[in-house]
Design a binder for this molecule. Structure first.
Ligand SMILES: [Cu+2]
Length: 695
């Protein structure tokens, strides 16, 4: 009897010490390049198991997730599990946490599921997310009531037939076509009509760039891969819309034909239910919204692009179509004027946003986005609903942990399309160093003219929003232009975690950091390839002008800080001049310059070495000042002005202490991203008409 008891006790002990049984849930994800037709034109997309977006991965909290990813493409890939708390070596950021999965290879991601809610996954390699390499994730809580609402994924995305690499190159060259196509081009006549010309003049004094509501014009926005999506659920059924903004760069306003929307979760985490008539969802966020399927109506759930250019709909129920409220288009002139006024105020006050000194250790820093950002029409185009979000339990951080404060200014040069933090891109300044056990606060101030959805890997952070201990936990937070938001998190991980803007083209242009836990390190294999995450790629383009009186050309290779360029003009006969030059970027006002110039006006000594600088003068006048190896100086000034949509005027004036002064006036009419028509007058080459070609 005694022995039996002993054996039984031993057995119990062994059983208790075993890891608790967790269900293994396996998926095989085959990634391939396949043709897709979303707009009427067939182009190459990236699919998972033949689907775009990829299949929904469904788990229950406590499961053990196993994803076999096969790469059948000709390019490397990685998959990131957005919002999931995974081990560092499963996070899927190429060269930061993982080696990419090479063409023909496969990799198994495997991790315990420690949370519930709505999430998504996407490629973190290059611009693959824009090709469609994304998919939804649903994680059910352990206890699931029988009367739980039905689940419905609403995965929003933006889509262009154009290759995203080409889109990025156009952004780098400051392509005007995107703003023309979204209806948000800002012109002289437009500003006069809108009554903001006085403000434009003030902004021009400081050569400020205009605030923008989007970077890119999209052919379509889609819900679960379709422009119009039908929700198949029986009438009377309560449905949990799991809304995922899987766009690469489009914010959406959500509106619903069935009255106010009941929001019950944000970024996968439950919040106290709130009712909203319309709401802004930033790129990479998720919200869960409760709706009930109507009897004999079809209610529209609409997602409208923040720039007002397009929308995508989900239809809930069968019957007469009831349309969701229309979201007013932004008034781009008022918006730009309001943001501009705020910047000028700050320049004049010579102070850096708000004075943090007395506030850093309090909870006073909340999202200060106000009417300035909504064109004074906050009710129609409200900011992200963060101030209303309240966590269901306390999310307070440990009371006695040391606090680390990290101030991060979101910065950028919109004209060059380089995005950064504290003025430095990822390749210039890669790391934010923290220690395990700290409470870490990021004070995020957006000094740019655009919104940025900032995403932290591997952690949930509190958005300090005035809800005290009940601040919501999120993985992505929108920072509006000229606003400051504080987020904070318990530093309870190790190694390296990516922190970046989730607008894919901003990430790709430098707006990222690696949050590094001091005293810990990723594997030597990852360290050995880390440099590849910090590369600063070159972009190239050229403009060729062919006119009856003259031809002109401009070809450039540019990365974050360097330009190598060739420019020329000729009268098709004996007269020409050309410059091969190099700019070293210092800031948006100043670049150093060296080059070689050759000019027939200088005969017989045509060719000379030149050195000087570029300077951005007030009223957005570009100047280049140089001296040559014989002591002669030259000043070149130029300026372009958009008069109305598609129609612009350019001036150039050149004073040279040795050669004749020259000037050029040019009218251009934008026809496409590739072609403009032009007419010009040059004081030596006289008048002519022709075309401008962009390569
Ligand atoms: Cu951004």
């Amino acid at each position: 009897m005694k022995t039996l008891f002993l054996w039984a006790s031993l057995l119990l002990l062994v059983f208790l010490s075993l890891p608790t049984f967790s269900k293994h849930v396996e998926y095989t994800l085959v990634v391939d390049r396949e043709p897709r037709n979303i707009t009427g034109k067939t182009v190459q997309a990236i699919t998972i198991n033949g689907q775009l977006p990829g299949p929904t991965l469904e788990f229950t909290e406590g499961d053990h997730a196993i994803m076999h990813v096969e790469n059948r493409m000709e390019k490397p890939i990685t998959i990131h599990w957005h919002g999931l708390l995974v081990p560092n070596n499963m996070d899927g950021v190429p060269y930061v946490t993982n080696a990419p999965i090479m063409p023909g290879d496969s990799f198994t991601y495997e991790f315990p599921i420690k949370q519930s809610g709505t999430y998504w996954y996407h490629s973190h390699f290059g611009l693959q997310e824009q090709y469609g390499l994304t998919g939804p994730i649903i994680i059910h809580p352990k206890e699931r009531p029988d009367n739980a609402p039905a689940d419905q994924i609403i995965m929003l995305a933006d889509w262009n037939d154009e290759r995203p690499e080409e889109t990025l190159r156009k952004l780098k060259r400051n392509n005007e076509g995107f703003a023309i196509r979204t209806g948000n081009a800002q012109t002289l006549i437009g500003a006069i009509k809108a009554g903001t010309i006085g403000n434009v003049t003030k902004r021009n004094l400081y050569s400020l760039v205009n605030a923008e509501v989007s970077d890119i014009a999209y052919d379509r926005v889609i819900t679960n891969g379709l422009t119009d999506f039908n929700v198949f659920q029986p009438a009377g059924r309560q449905v949990r819309l799991r809304v995922i903004n899987g766009s690469t760069s489009t914010y959406f306003y959500l509106s619903y034909a069935g009255g106010p929307m009941t929001v019950i979760a944000a970024d996968g985490q439950d919040v106290e239910p709130i009712q909203l008539d319309r709401m802004l969802i930033a790129v990479a966020e998720t919200y869960d919204i409760l709706v009930t399927v109507p009897e004999d109506e079809s209610l529209e759930f609409r997602a409208t692009n923040y720039d007002g250019s397009n929308y995508t709909s989900s239809w809930i129920g069968h019957g007469e179509k009831i349309y969701a409220p229309t979201i007013e288009k932004p008034n781009i002139y008022t918006y730009a004027a309001n943001v501009g006024t705020e910047i000028i105020k700050r320049i004049k006050n010579r102070r850096d946003n708000i004075n943090y000194k007395n506030q850093l250790n309090t909870e006073n820093i909340t999202n200060i986005e106000g009417p300035i950002l909504t064109g004074g029409n906050e009710l129609n185009r409200p900011p992200a609903p963060y101030q209303k979000l309240r966590f269901v339990t306390s999310s307070a951080l440990p009371k006695h942990a040391p606090t680390r404060i990290v101030k991060l200014k979101l910065t950028g040069d919109m004209k060059r399309y380089v995005w950064s933090m504290n003025g430095k891109t990822l390749s210039e300044d890669a790391y934010i160093r923290i220690k395990k056990g700290e409470n870490v606060r990021f004070v995020l101030t957006n000094n740019t003219m655009m919104r940025h959805p900032m995403h932290l890997h591997g952690h949930f952070f509190r958005v300090v929003n005035g809800q005290g201990d009940y601040s919501p936990l999120k993985h992505t937070v929108d920072i509006a232009p000229m606003s400051t938001t504080m987020i904070e998190f318990k530093a309870n991980k190790e190694k390296d975690w990516f922190f970046h803007c989730h607008i894919l083209y901003h990430l790709e242009s430098g707006m990222a950091r690696i949050v590094h836990y001091e005293g810990t390190a990723v594997s030597p294999e990852i360290q050995a390839i880390r440099y590849k995450a910090l590369e600063d790629p070159w972009y190239t383009w050229a403009d060729i002008g062919l006119q009856s009186n003259m031809n002109t050309g401009f070809a450039i290779a540019r990365n974050n800080l360097n330009d190598v360029f060739l420019t020329w003009e000729s009268n098709w006969e004996k007269e020409y001049q050309a410059t091969l030059g190099y700019y070293r970027y210092v800031n948006r006002f100043f670049s150093g310059f060296i080059g070689v110039n050759t000019d027939t006006d200088l005969s017989p000594h045509r060719t000379r070495a030149v050195a000087g600088f570029y300077y951005l003068l007030p009223f957005k006048v570009n100047s280049l000042i140089w001296i040559d190896n014989r002591g002669n100086g030259r000043v070149t000034l130029n300026r372009e002005i958009a008069i109305i949509d598609k129609f612009g005027i350019g001036f150039e004036y050149e004073y040279d202490s040795f050669a004749k002064s020259e000037y050029l006036v040019e009218l251009t009419y934008w026809h496409s991203d590739f072609l403009s028509f032009s007419a010009s007058y040059h004081n030596e080459y006289h008048g002519g008409v022709g075309v401008l070609l962009r390569f």
